[in-house]
Design a protein around this ligand. Structure first.
Ligand code: A3P
Length: 285
């Protein structure tokens, strides 16, 4: 039975697929190249949605590759046992995902011209999404209720540590030219506008018909049906009762799950931990 996580520098990592030696090498040895693009997120922020969107921008809306190769092979996770060797051996421009907090990220980033996109989502929705994900997975501790997971989340005793520290850490990079901050809520409200922002950041241009294809193939409805994207091909050893990563894909689902007391407790912690950011930094507040 899976009892706990893999711990590295005080941060919990899923018990399967993450090794301390690789985490060490990622931080100290991995060299970023200037044509690399990194998608940075705290888990459940919409990582896979953004990764597919970027891939579709790169293919000008052609989804052929998407239907035959699993998402984690097309856009490897830097810090995983599978992703790291893939990335170090890859020639040419690399697209990678990472959930690492800034202090565990490759040091080479800070002297590199590689581009990074940091996607932020309302942590209340992340908490709910994370609860349904981690409680189905044999990747560490399974919360027996949302209330239990709520307590763990506020303390940062969940995979990849505290949301508050993750966001605070990465937002320290927000003035860098090669760093783009996006919000899940904006992607929902104005998907086309967000795609244009990404194109501008990457120096790419889409024709109107290509834009339509990107919009279509990155939509929740389409992504939910594709086995290579929706995580349904992951084995029973990890998800004994199966999983579809595309659970709801909405904003504000937390309102259906939090009690009034939980909502108040969350607000209080949010205000304490995120004090000092300029107005508008967190559009849902
Ligand atoms: P919910 O559990 O709230 O539905 P990640 O990729 O970081 O693990 O994030 C998963 C969350 O992103 C899930 O949230 C999932 O439904 C949502 N998501 C994935 N693809 C999406 C899409 N195309 N549009 C909107 N939300 C999407």
């Amino acid at each position: 039975m899976m009892s706990d996580y893999t711990w590295f520098e005080g941060i919990a990592f899923p018990a399967v697929g993450f090794g301390k030696e690789i985490l060490e090498d990622v931080r100290n040895k991995f060299v970023l190249k200037e044509d690399d693009l990194i998608i940075l997120t705290y888990p459940k922020s919409g990582t896979n949605w953004l990764a597919e969107t970027v891939r579709l921008i790169q293919t000008k809306g052609d989804p052929t590759w998407f239907q035959s190769v699993p998402i984690w092979q097309r856009t490897p996770w830097l810090e995983t046992d599978i992703g790291y060797p893939k990335l170090i051996n890859k020639e040419g421009p690399r697209l990678m995902n990472s959930h690492l907090p800034i202090h565990l990220f490759p040091k080479s980033l800070f002297s590199s011209k590689a581009k990074a996109i940091y996607l932020i989502r309302n942590p209340r929705d992340i908490l709910v999404s994370g609860y349904f994900f981690w409680s189905k997975a044999k990747l560490g501790k399974n919360p027996e209720s949302l209330g239990t997971y709520f307590e763990w989340f506020l303390k940062g005793n969940v995979p990849f540590g505290s949301w508050f520290e993750h966001v605070r850490g990465w937002l320290s990079m927000r003035e860098w030219d090669n760093f783009l901050v996006l919000y899940y809520e904006d992607m929902k409200k104005d998907t086309k506008g967000t795609i244009k922002k990404i194109c501008e950041f990457l120096g790419k241009k889409l024709e109107p018909d290509e834009m339509d294809l990107v919009l279509k193939h990155s939509s929740f409805q389409v992504m939910k049906e594709i086995n290579m994207i929706n995580f349904s091909i992951i084995g029973k050893d990890v998800f004994p009762n199966g999983l579809n990563l595309m659970r709801k894909g909405t904003t504000g689902d937390w309102k259906k799950h939090f009690t009034v007391a939980q909502a108040e407790a969350f607000d209080k912690v949010f205000q304490e931990k995120m004090a000092g950011f300029p107005p508008g930094m967190f559009p849902w507040e």
